[in-house]
Write a protein that binds this ligand. Structure first.
Ligand SMILES: Nc1nc2c(ncn2[C@@H]2O[C@H](COP(=O)(O)OP(=O)(O)O)[C@@H](O)[C@H]2O)c(=O)[nH]1
Ligand SMILES: [Mg+2]
Length: 308
C-alpha cells in the first residue's frame, strides 16, 4: 500500500557508513553543517508528489511550507540530514492533514433515527460502503435500515438487498425506476418506530448524466434531511477524486469522505489533496471487499504509510 510514494520520496534509511561520515563531518563546526541543496530536494519531492497523485496545488503548498521550515537550517552534531528532512516532510504533511475528524459512531448515538446519505460516482464503492456501515452499526447494537435508493437499475436494488439478507439488516426497496427520494422517506419512517436506529441511504451514481444525478441527490437530501452526508471516492481515481469531491460538495454538501479501495492503491496521494483542498475530513477508508474492511482514518497511520 502506498509504496510508490514511499519509494519516490527518496527518504530511504541511510547505511551505517553514510551515517558515520555525516557525523564526522559535522564535528568540524559547533554550528553544524548547512543542510545542503534544499532546492534540488524540494524539486524532486514535488515531482514525486505529483507522480503519486497529489494535486498540483497541494504539492506546491507542501513544497512552500517545507521550504520555509528548512530554510537556513543546519545539521547539528549527532543529526542525520536524511532524518532531519524526513521529519520535516512528516510534520509538514501532518499540518496539512489537520482537519477535525468527527466520530461517526458517536454522532449516530446522539439521535434516532440517525440518517446517513451516501453519495458518489458509479463504482466508487457506495453500495459496498453502505453494507460495511450496516455491519458496523449492527455490531454496535443499532437498529439498521438501508434505503435502496439507487433505483436506476434493478441489479443495484438486488445488490444491496442481498447484502441486507447476509447481514440480517432491513432493506427498504421500491421497484426499479421509482423515485429514490420516496425510498429514503419510507426507510426513515420505518426506522422511526425503533429506538437507536440508523438509516443508510445508498444512492445511484451513473456517469452519463451528471446534472440529473446531482439534481436527484439534491432532492433526496431535501426529503431525507440527512444528519450526515458521506461522499465515497475511489483512491485509484487519483486527481479525479478531488474533482468529484468538489462537484458533489458544491451541489449537495458533503460532511465527510470515505476513500475506498486503498488496499489496491500504491500511490496514496489523493487522500492528502482531498483533505487539504477540500478541508473535509476523511473519516473512514475502505481496505477490501469484506464487511470488516472499513477502517477509521488516522492521519498518523497515513503519514507512516506514505513515508516510513
Ligand atoms: N478492493 C476493494 N474493492 C472495493 C472496495 N470498496 C468497493 N470495492 C469494489 O468496487 C466495486 C464497486 O463497488 P460498489 O459498492 O458496487 O460501487 P457503487 O457503484 O458506488 O455502489 C465492487 O466490485 C466492490 O467490491 C474496497 O475498499 N476495496
Ligand atoms: Mg451501488
Amino acid at each position: 500500500m502506498f509504496d510508490k510514494l514511499k519509494e519516490k520520496l527518496g527518504l530511504k534509511k541511510k547505511t551505517k557508513a553514510e551515517e558515520g561520515s555525516n557525523l564526522e563531518s559535522s564535528l568540524t563546526t559547533g554550528l553544524g553543517k548547512p543542510i545542503g541543496d534544499l532546492d534540488a530536494f524540494i524539486d524532486d519531492l514535488k515531482v514525486s508528489l505529483l507522480e503519486a497523485d497529489v494535486s498540483l496545488v497541494t504539492a506546491e503548498k507542501l513544497s512552500d511550507n517545507l521550504q520555509q521550515k528548512l530554510r537556513g537550517k543546519r545539521i547539528k552534531f549527532g543529526e542525520n540530514r536524511e532524518i532531519v528532512l524526513k521529519e520535516a516532510v512528516k510534520s509538514t504533511i501532518a499540518e496539512m492533514l489537520n482537519v477535525k475528524i468527527p466520530n461517526l459512531y458517536s454522532l449516530a448515538s446522539s439521535k434516532s433515527p440517525f440518517v446517513i446519505l451516501l453519495v458518489g460516482m458509479n463504482g466508487t464503492g457506495k453500495t459496498t460502503t453502505a453494507a460495511k456501515l450496516a455491519y458496523e452499526f449492527k455490531k454496535r447494537n443499532h437498529y439498521v435500515v438501508v434505503a435502496a435508493a439507487d433505483t436506476f437499475r434493478a441489479g443495484a436494488i438486488d445488490q444491496i438487498f442481498i447484502h441486507g439478507e447476509k447481514l440480517g439488516v432491513k432493506v427498504v426497496k421500491h421497484q426499479a425506476g421509482s423515485d429514490p427520494a420516496s425510498v429514503a422517506f419510507d426507510a426513515i419512517s420505518h426506522a422511526s418506530k425503533f429506538p437507536k436506529s440508523v438509516v443508510i441511504i445508498d444512492t445511484a451514481g451513473r456517469m452519463q448524466t451528471n446534472r440529473n444525478l446531482l439534481e436527484e441527490m439534491k432532492k433526496i437530501k431535501r426529503v431525507s434531511k440527512p444528519d450526515f452526508t458521506i461522499l465515497t471516492v475511489d483512491a485509484l481515481s487519483g486527481n479525479d477524486a478531488l474533482n468529484q469531491a468538489k462537484m458533489f460538495d458544491e451541489a449537495v454538501g458533503v460532511d465527510a469522505i470515505v476513500v475506498t479501495k486503498i488496499d489496491s492503491d500504491t500511490k496514496g496521494g489523493s487522500i492528502l489533496s482531498l483533505i487539504y483542498e477540500l478541508k473535509k475530513p476523511v473519516i473512514l477508508v475502505g481496505n477490501g471487499q469484506g464487511y470488516e474492511d472499513l477502517m477509521e482514518f488516522d492521519p498518523n497511520w497515513y503519514i507512516k504509510n506514505v513515508i516510513d
